[in-house]
Design a protein. Structure first.
Length: 462
């Protein structure tokens, strides 16, 4: 999925190497990783479970229990909601650093998320908007800080850290896979509001095991408490004035920041296409795709489980591939270009499917969407984890947190862009809509391939 966890930079050490080595209770990793694995799994279960049918609920007629919104209005609300959920992560990180701390931020955030889903279970428009707002606030508090806790489980230099985040990333995608299957089924086959409530139950389960497993997080919380605390009030103002010269970057640093800015715009464009899985392609699945395979019928929301399955299957392959290529491994700019290329090809595949769907008056094979999602995941794995790594590598140390926040903003803007594009679903021929998206991505990919060498020069460390 369009989800990734960024390692937190933790400097103080409160455990000896021998003490750290003893804690291998979860597949060779600290036991606290199991607590955070299932916390994030259930949070993503709730987020992607509800996301799988959100736009379908909004456009469903009132007679079918939906809100009866137009496609354009539903797409706009969808884009604003998903974009805000990503954008709120920046504020959530600040609240944790200055007010609540990471543990309480995750606890409060998860509680607010659960309340948001249970609020959506009530059949009233004010409850609908209130529920979405609560989920945005809660996600902003939980999302960045659960990742920080994962990084804090490890001593600085612990070689298990990257593998730990890989396990954590599997939890994200496991939740994203299960959520649509359960919550989506209940929403479309039983009652929309039971689906919303199911998502809330999932988050409540995650919170329960998070509280019960708190003792496993003690080493991480000790490391976090040992960090220097940000100044506040007058002291913060004085500190900012005294350290205003800290942003006098070298020419090389400014060039690397420039490379990050380029990656930001490319990522925004990529997510603008990728995140149409929950909007444009969700509507395409519901209205134009045959919901049957091998004699088995299923709700259209189940298509939202296809992408995480491909992530789980392909992520180890890509990790092996980059190592296998060695010195022939593509540069970061080239990987971004491949990401755009694959995403463009995914929409190009859907052009004939759109033509057949609207021209023939019959539902097309589900394999069109499955093929498109497979190709799109090739693109995501070329761009998403690579982008996270590039930001931590290129950003000046004193603003790496800020640059990571800027990187996550690309998800926010991309989600809003995806919602805007979905607004054309009912006013533009599908082959035209899919073709325009494919054309923009393929042209941008070509431009990125041309810029590989200039970007490499910007990224040089000297």
């Amino acid at each position: 999925m369009a989800d990734a966890a960024s390692p937190a930079v933790i400097h103080p050490r409160t455990m000896t190497e021998s003490e750290s080595a003893v804690d291998r209770g979860f597949f060779g990793h600290p036991r606290g990783l199991s607590t955070l694995f299932f916390t994030e799994m259930w949070e993503r279960f709730s987020y992607y479970g509800m996301r799988a049918f959100l736009i379908l609920y909004m456009v469903a007629p009132a007679a079918a229990g939906g809100l009866g919104f137009s496609d354009a209005d539903a797409a706009s609300i969808y884009g604003t909601y998903t974009g805000s959920a990503w954008g709120a992560a920046i504020l959530g990180g600040l609240v944790a650093d200055r007010v609540l701390g990471q543990y309480r931020s995750v606890l409060v955030g998860g509680t607010i998320i659960a309340l948001g889903h249970f609020t959506l279970a009530f059949k009233s428009l004010p409850f609908f908007y209130s529920g979405l707002g609560l989920i945005v606030i809660g996600t902003g508090l939980l999302k960045p800080n659960v990742s920080t806790l994962v990084g804090s489980l490890y001593d600085q230099g612990d070689t298990r850290r990257d593998a730990g985040f890989s396990i954590f990333y599997m939890g994200i995608n496991l939740g994203a896979f299960i959520g649509p299957l359960i919550a989506g089924y209940l929403a479309q086959r039983v009652d929309w509001h039971i689906g919303f409530a199911c998502a809330g139950v999932g988050m409540a389960l995650g919170l329960t095991q998070y509280v019960l497993g708190r003792h496993r997080l003690d080493p991480a919380l000790q490391r976090l408490s040992a960090r220097p605390k940000p100044a506040s009030g007058a002291a913060s103002t004085q500190s900012s004035v005294e350290n205003s010269g800290a942003l006098n970057f070298t020419i090389a640093e400014w060039k690397r920041i420039g490379a990050i800015v380029i990656f930001f715009f490319v990522a925004t464009l990529f997510w603008g296409a990728y995140e149409q899985a929950g909007s444009t392609l969700n509507l395409f699945a519901d209205r134009y795709t045959r919901l049957e395979m091998l004699g088995f019928e299923f709700p259209s929301s189940w298509f939202q489980s296809v992408q995480p399955i491909f992530v789980i299957a392909l992520a180890p392959v890509f990790a092996w591939l980059w190592i296998r290529l060695g010195r022939r491994e593509p540069a970061v700019g080239a990987k971004f270009a491949f990401g755009l290329l694959f995403m463009g090809l995914a929409f190009l595949v859907l052009v004939p499917a759109g033509t057949m769907a609207q021209g023939g008056g019959v539902r097309v094979s589900p394999w069109w969407l499955i093929a498109a999602y497979f190709i799109s995941e090739l693109g995501e794995l070329c761009l998403s984890p690579v982008g996270l790594s590039a930001v931590t590598m290129l950003a000046p140390v004193r603003i790496v947190g800020l640059m990571m926040g800027v990187w996550f903003l690309s998800n926010a803007f991309g989600n809003k862009l995806a919602g805007w594009a979905a607004g054309f679903f009912s006013t533009m021929p599908l082959q035209t809509l899919f073709g325009i998206v494919a054309g923009i991505l393929l042209a941008s990919s070509l431009l990125m391939f041309i810029l590989v060498k200039p970007i490499r020069r910007l990224s040089e460390q000297r």
